[in-house]
Design a protein around this ligand. Structure first.
Ligand SMILES: NC(=O)c1ccc[n+]([C@@H]2O[C@H](COP(=O)([O-])OP(=O)(O)OC[C@H]3O[C@@H](n4cnc5c(N)ncnc54)[C@H](O)[C@@H]3O)[C@@H](O)[C@H]2O)c1
Length: 425
């Protein structure tokens, strides 16, 4: 039942989905003890009173828990989707109907709607922007110079967004501090590796129901995300091949027990391909050319540019939907290439994104980074800042507590030893 629909502006699929969304948000909250403690403190201390905040994020149950925590802290928060395919419509409905948080996000929205929502977010006149991929910040910098003075700062969730922020800083157009949430240890060690590792395969399974055991899985990019997918793929019995352009990462992959080779070679062997590089056209026509018929390709990097679908589409004689999120491209010679999730983040397009337990730490970083920006308003340089170590450590301590794990502490003798150069071996 949808109670009195709030008078707030919103664009969601169907407010009648709110009840389902509510149940799922609460379920996710059970695995998010760190964010829960932060939310309870925010509710008392109201660090965001008078602050207008925009969050551009995947609209999932975990993001909902973050948004609720920020609102509890007094923020006037508005949400938009950071990807046209990642919105969970029931979650969006619940945030509007039950929490009075304006959300502009519908699963499957077209690119024009996505960009219109970015403009709506900026119309909210934010003081703080939580971004995921840096589209809101890039649009602000390009098109809304008059709003730059309202900005206290931004927090960025993902590797690709951080790359863009560094490019803005280099070009001298970043006029406010940007907190690098992605590089917090309690974020990328867990979210990028274990979160992407599990949820990417989950997306592939939900889209295809393929058996990975005995198949050749090609993982492009052996960064934090690629490591997670390769590790979990191996665990499920896949024969994993890694492709890289960074020699150190390539050695790491080889020593972790994976075959490493250029994509043009790997393309011949792969049954399932996943790109996680943050780079463009990692799989392109010359690779499609040598792939086996029926090879499945997908992407779990931030933007849908890693697979050159335009070229594939231009060459295909037919494209047909064979399952949800699964399209088969038929080539002139009759061979087929199967594309999952339209080349967008497969874990969010076909599955539910990362499990809540890892997002607990990522979003604890987001919440505390926003608070840090407000507390240090006007004092931080306009550049990309690391998350302070105390915040990172504090999140790790809270997470361990939530997991019921205790660890050792240093003895006085050990503290003396590791701080001294005169005490020898
Ligand atoms: N799916 C998700 O939910 C999710 C979660 C976190 C991050 N991401 C995104 O995934 C991407 C990767 O993130 P990360 O943290 O692993 O980044 P990373 O920088 O740690 O790793 C990327 C790796 O790709 C390699 N690479 C670059 N171009 C390549 C090419 N042409 N061929 C082969 N390898 C290439 C780089 O050398 C690097 O080792 C980013 O776009 C990031 O925003 C997605």
């Amino acid at each position: 039942m949808v109670a009195a629909v709030p008078q707030i502006k919103h664009e969601v699929k169907d407010l009648a989905l709110a009840n389902v969304g509510n149940q799922r948000i609460e379920w996710a909250g059970r695995e998010m003890p760190v964010l829960k403690q932060i939310r309870e403190r925010f509710a008392k201390e109201k660090p965001f009173a008078g602050i207008r905040l925009v969050a551009c994020s995947h609209i999932t149950t975990e993001t909902a828990n973050l948004a609720i925590a920020l609102k509890s802290g007094g923020a006037d928060a508005l949400l938009i989707a950071s990807n046209p395919l990642s919105t969970q419509d029931d979650v969006a409905a619940c945030l509007v109907a039950d929490y009075g948080i304006p959300v502009f996000a519908i699963k499957g929205e077209d690119n024009a709607t996505y960009h219109r929502h970015v403009q709506i977010a900026l119309d909210h006149k934010p003081n703080i922007i939580i971004d995921d991929g840096s589209d809101v910040v890039a649009t602000l910098v390009k098109e809304r110079q008059n709003q730059l003075s309202d900005i206290i700062g931004t927090t960025e969730e993902t590797t690709t967004g951080i790359v863009r922020l560094h490019a803005m800083a280099k070009d001298g157009v970043l006029t406010f501090p940007a907190m690098n949430v992605n590089d917090a240890e309690t974020k990328h060690f867990f979210d990028n590796r274990y979160g992407t590792g599990q949820s990417t395969l989950d997306g592939i399974f939900r889209a295809t129901n393929v058996l990975l055991a005995g198949k050749t899985l090609v993982v492009a990019g052996y960064g934090w995300c690629g490591k997670g997918v390769a590790m979990r793929g191996k665990g499920l019995g896949a024969n994993v091949i890694v492709t890289e352009i960074n020699p150190v990462r390539a050695i790491e992959a080889a020593m972790d027990g994976f075959r490493v080779m250029p994509m043009i070679e790997a393309a011949k062997y792969g049954d399932v391909f996943v790109t996680l590089t943050g780079n463009k056209h990692v799989i392109r026509p010359e690779h499609f050319e040598v792939m086996k018929s029926g090879a499945m390709v997908c992407n779990s990097g931030h933007f849908d540019i890693e697979i050159d679908l335009e070229s594939l589409g231009a060459k295909a004689t037919e494209v047909r939907e064979v399952r949800n999120f699964t399209q088969e491209y038929i080539m002139p010679n009759g061979k087929s290439i199967v594309v999952l999730g339209e080349g967008r983040l497969i874990n969010l397009a076909a599955a539910e994104g990362h499990p809540s337990a890892v997002m607990d730490m990522s979003f604890a970083n987001q919440a505390l980074a926003c608070e840090y920006l407000v507390k240090n308003k006007g004092k931080l340089e306009p550049k990309v800042h690391s998350i302070p170590e105390e915040i990172d450590q504090n999140i790790a301590v809270l997470k361990l507590k939530g997991m019921g794990i205790e660890i050792d502490t240093l003895t006085d003798d050990q503290i003396k030893y590791i701080n001294s150069w005169t005490v020898g071996t």
